[in-house]
Design a protein around this ligand. Structure first.
Ligand code: KG4
Ligand code: ZN
Length: 340
């Protein structure tokens, strides 16, 4: 491509989605995602199986992304990949593939932090003004991030135990729903009464979150009711889902609201897999309105893990001239400033 045309191939393989995307000048030309159904019967992601599925999927997924984008590998200016955080066996597949391709094409590599990619997913369809406050809620993380610039981000609050997505998935499991339970809770909650059941709302200090107590509260409540009526869960599934969803949203929104007031930002944003939740999207819009803030929520396809967010994050990093060496190591646990 010419010097003012930047084409980025993005690769995401941090957990159980193998994804490849092509963006040209910040616009998405293709975003292919292969989900891994192999984990459903285990009720959660099995790391070893995830790595093997990535091995199977990575070549066809990248090939499909290039085909859909109408480009060949020689059109790529840089290859951006998720270097962490995530499951190490999964990260190694994407990073090794990206390195091999970069080496063979003699093109630069850009390393991307998965959590920053979730935040930067907003820039696919919008241009939020800095600074803004982003609530990033995924299966592994829950963070309140003060976003000062594309690559200047500060975590001002986070979970001290389970992530919000984990809370959804664990409560869903207690209700007998398959993994990942978050989307199913969302679906049944739409048909239920959120005030039907009350659960203990977990608290954490300052701007932090805690969700492990909620899961325990739901577990004891359900076990207790099942003693009196073995059909309790199936009879009240919609109300149970609506009440669990309300509890998680109430906790998320209450602390985020404190953070908005404390920072005085003019814009708020929601990111990560749980940002697909319809109740949370609504609650976030209401919070923004009350605080007189602009509200940014990604399109559904950019909420859960996808390579378009990795490609856009890579695009801004590439424009800053920040490329990585072939010796860059993927890492399961890694902070915002540790990926170069
Ligand atoms: O960001 P993501 O795709 O992967 C991680 O980086 O973890 O987030 C996955 C999480 C899972 O816990 C899943 O249950 C949750 O996002 N999730 C939802 C919804 N869609 C996905 N939770 C609640 N409501 C949804 N609609
Ligand atoms: Zn994610």
């Amino acid at each position: 491509m010419t010097s003012n045309q930047v084409v980025i191939l993005g690769i995401e393989s941090s957990c159980d989605e193998t994804s490849a995307a092509v963006i040209k000048n910040g616009k998405v030309l293709a975003n292919i995602i292969a989900n891994q159904d192999v984990h459903i019967k285990y009720g959660g992601v099995v790391p070893e199986l995830a790595g093997r599925e990535h091995q199977k999927n990575i070549v066809p997924v990248v090939a499909q992304a290039l085909k859909q984008a109408g480009i060949t590998v020689s059109d790529i200016d840089a290859i951006a990949y998720t270097a962490g955080p995530g499951l190490i066996g999964s990260l190694l597949v994407g990073s090794s593939f990206a390195k091999g391709l970069a080496l063979s094409l003699n093109k630069p590599l850009v390393t991307v932090n998965h959590m920053q990619a979730h935040v930067l997913a907003h820039f696919i369809d919008a241009q939020p003004e800095f600074p803004f406050l982003c609530l990033t809620v995924s299966g592994g993380h829950t963070q309140i991030v003060l976003v000062k610039d594309y690559y200047s981000m500060e975590i001002i609050g986070e979970t001290i135990d389970d992530a919000a997505g984990e809370a959804f998935d664990k409560c869903a499991k207690i209700l007998g729903l398959p993994y990942p339970g978050g989307p199913l809770i969302d679906k049944y909650a739409a048909l239920g009464n959120p005030e039907a059941f009350k659960f203990a709302l977990p608290k954490a200090s300052e701007l932090n979150y805690s969700f492990s107590g909620l899961k325990t509260s739901v577990l004891y409540f359900v076990q207790d009711r099942l003693k009196a009526d073995p059909e309790f869960v199936s009879k009240h599934l919609n109300d149970l889902c609506a009440s669990v969803q309300k509890a998680i949203i109430d906790v998320l929104v209450k602390t985020f609201d404190k953070a908005v007031k404390k920072t005085g930002v003019a814009s708020v944003a929601l990111a990560g897999g749980v940002s697909a939740n319809s109740g949370l999207r609504k609650a976030m819009n209401e919070l923004a309105e009350k605080n007189n803030c602009k509200c940014y929520i990604p399109a559904f396809q950019y909420c859960t893990d996808n390579a378009a967010m990795v490609a856009i994050a890579g695009y801004y990093k590439y424009k800053l001239g920040s490329t990585a060496s072939l010796t860059a190591a993927a890492s399961a646990r890694i902070g915002f400033d540790e990926i170069r």
